[in-house]
Design a protein around this ligand. Structure first.
Ligand code: GLN
Length: 274
């Protein structure tokens, strides 16, 4: 963008469409300096190749989340590999993990449906090694990332390619799912263009995948089993209603760390429905 900046300070000033923090991080990565050095050395002259690296990395940052540039993201205290095949793990999903970790029965069967990077499955298994964790995704590319994360954190997870429940038999004590729940026309999608839309976009109201998972899960939950779903901050009521309509009991919604209603749970009293 700023092909002619002569010094680092000028380059930082000329790329003001990026946040200050992003500019400093771009400079730190492109020039292999610490952020403190970037801030302390505005008068450093830039060679043409340094300017090119700065401009190229800034252009990438305009299109992509940092996690794709660095290839990793921290989630639930774990460093996970991520790439454009998978949604970048979000802090709001940590609430879903907490609920499974706190409440799943000893030695229980847990399913992470639509695992993406594997963040839920890997975090759950790391903190509750007693659980048997199965993780599915329709995307083979996502499953490859998830497998790598499981390997890297030395946790034993059964991975399976499945379009929601299509390839699954058997029943689980907990099903945890972070489905695509952003509405088709939500302007927020403009800022999420680099991420796979299959992991984000959930129909006109963002509820299509959520409703399909609620309807399908009755046949895959053990008696007394729990479905835990992440959803949009304004979808709690619709999700609770759908859970109740499908015969779930003890329906409740939990807030994420930002105070938004984010995860709803329901229990099946007896298996065999759905
Ligand atoms: N929480 C994500 C966002 O709004 C959406 C994740 C999802 O659709 N599962 O960026």
């Amino acid at each position: 963008m700023s092909g002619a900046s002569a010094t680092l300070g000028q380059w930082l000033a000329e790329n003001g469409d990026l946040d200050r923090l992003d500019r400093e991080l771009v400079a730190s990565r492109a020039l292999k300096l610490t952020r403190a050095q970037v801030i302390a050395r505005p008068d450093s002259p830039l060679s043409p190749s340094q300017r090119q690296s700065l401009d190229q990395l800034a252009a990438r940052r305009r299109r992509e989340p940092w996690a794709y540039i660095t290839g990793e993201k921290e989630f639930f205290g774990l460093r996970l590999a991520v790439g454009p095949e998978v949604l970048v793990p979000r802090p709001e999903t940590e609430r879903l993990v907490e609920l499974v970790v706190e409440r799943a029965p000893q030695g229980g069967q847990v399913l992470d449906l639509g695992t993406g990077s594997g963040c839920i499955a890997v975090a759950v298994k790391t903190h509750r090694p007693d659980l048997c964790v199965t993780a599915t995704d329709v995307s083979l590319a996502a499953l490859e990332v998830a497998r790598r994360n499981a390997q890297c954190h030395a946790v034993d997870i059964e991975f399976r390619q499945s379009d929601w429940f299509s390839a699954l038999a058997g029943r689980f004590d907990w099903i945890a799912c972070n489905p695509p729940y952003v509405a088709d026309a939500d302007p927020a999608l403009n800022d999420l263009r680099a991420e796979p839309s299959i992991a984000l976009v959930g129909g006109p109201q963002g509820l299509a995948a959520i409703n399909a998972v609620i309807k399908g899960s009755g046949a895959h939950l053990a008696s007394g089993g729990t479905l835990a779903l992440e959803h949009g901050h304004d979808q709690g009521e619709a999700v609770r209603r759908q859970l109740a309509d499908c015969g779930f009991a003890a329906v409740e919604t939990h807030e994420d760390l930002a105070g938004h209603p984010r995860v709803s749970l329901g229990r099946v009293l007896a298996g065999g429905q759905g």
